[in-house]
Design a protein around this ligand. Structure first.
Ligand code: AMP
Ligand code: ZN
Length: 320
């Protein structure tokens, strides 16, 4: 992975320990050495976890794709003392999925961490290329729904209550801006980096990286000697969400701190969501999984694929 961390002048000093400065963070108007930058990232995650009310006793299942964000997340939670296990859904995309698995396996071996992988075909019934071929909706939105539901189910299957994903500040601020642009009040209402649940079949979902920018996580991997998969998922190419994130980054470059201000100011005005207790949940008539309608959204998508990709979109009920 290319980290592209610009070299600082010889006399640049770390704000904390005064040793040689290695990275400049314009949005914080500061310079750190590598070790202090790692501490800065770990503190940001510790702060997020504290806000979520999660002590280090909480056992956490970490959704890992093999990319920089999820490996940085796993590394930081582990360094903070959380007991973690990795969970990977293998999409079976030629080249890309093997490389993802290699990146996860190398990291887990070096850190002595355990993880499980589930092939998508086995847990969903269709391979990603079959989904792509058969759907008229964007592959990303279909797979996004499937992924969220599968990660939730696999969390229960693995015996965990809490699932952490590697969504960062760019993801969350970009999603918020995208939702504002399209006036999606329903999704704005439900967006939050912490979705607690008391229902045994719905995991509590946390996004502990929401205070860190994408570039900061790239730099974290560099300074922590983590080798994530550098390729981005071939499914997400051309996704609108990328465009919105690019627009935000454009403003960030001209006005450092824009992303943080935009997202954090909105977040401060919000109340953390009440724990989900299963209200309105019944069982899917096809697969028995928890569902808000007669069939769960995974079975609705399966039916849509079996009928040749026709059918209406599935509106999710719990997050996003
Ligand atoms: P993405 O939607 O691809 O940006 O991924 C967001 C987060 O979802 C990642 O940081 C991971 O925590 C999780 N994730 C993405 N892909 C996978 C996968 N194949 N298996 C497990 N978790 C994943
Ligand atoms: Zn179902």
């Amino acid at each position: 992975m290319e980290y592209n961390i610009p070299k600082l002048p010889e006399n640049a000093k770390c704000k904390r320990c005064r040793s040689r400065g290695e990275i400049r963070l314009p949005s914080h108007n500061t310079i750190w050495c590598g070790a202090c930058f790692i501490t800065f990232c770990e503190r940001a995650v510790a702060k997020a976890m504290k806000q979520f009310g999660m002590s280090v006793e909480t056992e956490i299942l970490v959704a890992v794709s093999g990319g920089k964000d999820s490996l940085a997340l796993w590394s930081i939670l582990n360094n903070l003392g959380y007991r973690t296990r990795g969970l990977h859904v293998n999409l079976g995309i030629e080249g890309f999925s093997e490389a993802s698995v290699d990146a996860i396996a190398d990291f887990a071996r070096a850190q002595n961490l355990t993880w499980t992988q589930y092939p998508l075909k086995e847990v969903f019934g269709w391979r990603i290329d079959e989904i792509r071929y058969r759907t008229r909706r964007s592959i990303c939105s279909v797979y996004g729904t499937v992924k969220r539901q599968l990660l939730n189910r696999l969390t229960a299957l693995e015996g965990y209550r809490t699932l952490a994903t590697g969504h960062n500040l760019d993801d969350e601020a970009g999603r918020l801006l995208g939702n504002f642009l399209r006036h999606r009040d329903y999704y704005i209402e439900k967006q939050y980096p912490y979705l607690p649940s008391t229902h045994p079949l719905f995991a509590t979902k946390v996004k502990p990286l929401y205070r860190l920018e994408s570039g900061e996580l790239r730099a974290y991997c560099h300074f922590a000697s983590i080798r994530p998969l550098s390729a981005s998922c071939p499914l997400s190419r051309g996704a609108t969400s990328h465009l919105v994130k690019e627009a935000l980054q454009f403003m960030e470059d001209k006005m450092p701190g824009t992303k943080r201000d935009f997202y954090f100011t909105w977040l401060k005005k919000r109340q953390p969501p009440a724990p989900f207790d299963g209200e309105g949940v019944s069982r899917c008539r096809e697969c028995g999984a928890p569902a808000f309608m007669e069939t769960c959204s995974v079975c609705a998508i399966r039916a849509m694929l079996s009928s040749g990709g026709h059918g209406t979109g599935v509106r999710e009920t719990r997050d996003e």
